[in-house]
Design a protein around this ligand. Sequence first.
Ligand code: THU
Length: 154
Amino acid sequence: MKFEFEYEVYDSITELAPADQDLVNKAFEATKLSYSPYSKLKVGVCAITNKGNVVVGSNQENGSYSVTICAERVLLSTLSAQHPGEYITTIAISYLDWNNNSDKPITPCGVCRQAILEHQIQHKCNVRVILSSKNGQVYVIKKGSDLLPLPFSI
Ligand code: THU
């Protein structure tokens, strides 16, 4: 067996289609909403739904470290609360690190990959994922499940 997937690589945000640029810019903007006094890594995400609604999220940390919620899962919970029944068509992820750098695409943690996968299963949809940076390359993944081969599933 072999697992392969294709993704697009862009040298800068400016090479993206305008709608994708908008999501990436809003994801970067959402880093301002991050509460990350411990890691000082600000993660921002922005997604558009099947009905055209736009939702943002950011990482929310806690002194009891394991209580921390990643930006992606904050967004998924916000979506369920504010636009129940809707699903994500595209999500953009951005960040600003502890040195104020954002030079290479951020890639989501395994827990968030599992959460995005479940969103796809729940809504029978594909989530396009844009992994971005402010000043560097951007990757576009056709479906979130590509990021998690052999996932846990019952
Ligand atoms: N973080 C996210 O928000 N998303 C990810 O996919 C990976 C990690 C956050 C959690 C924590 O606040 C900080 O980044 C450092 O791990």
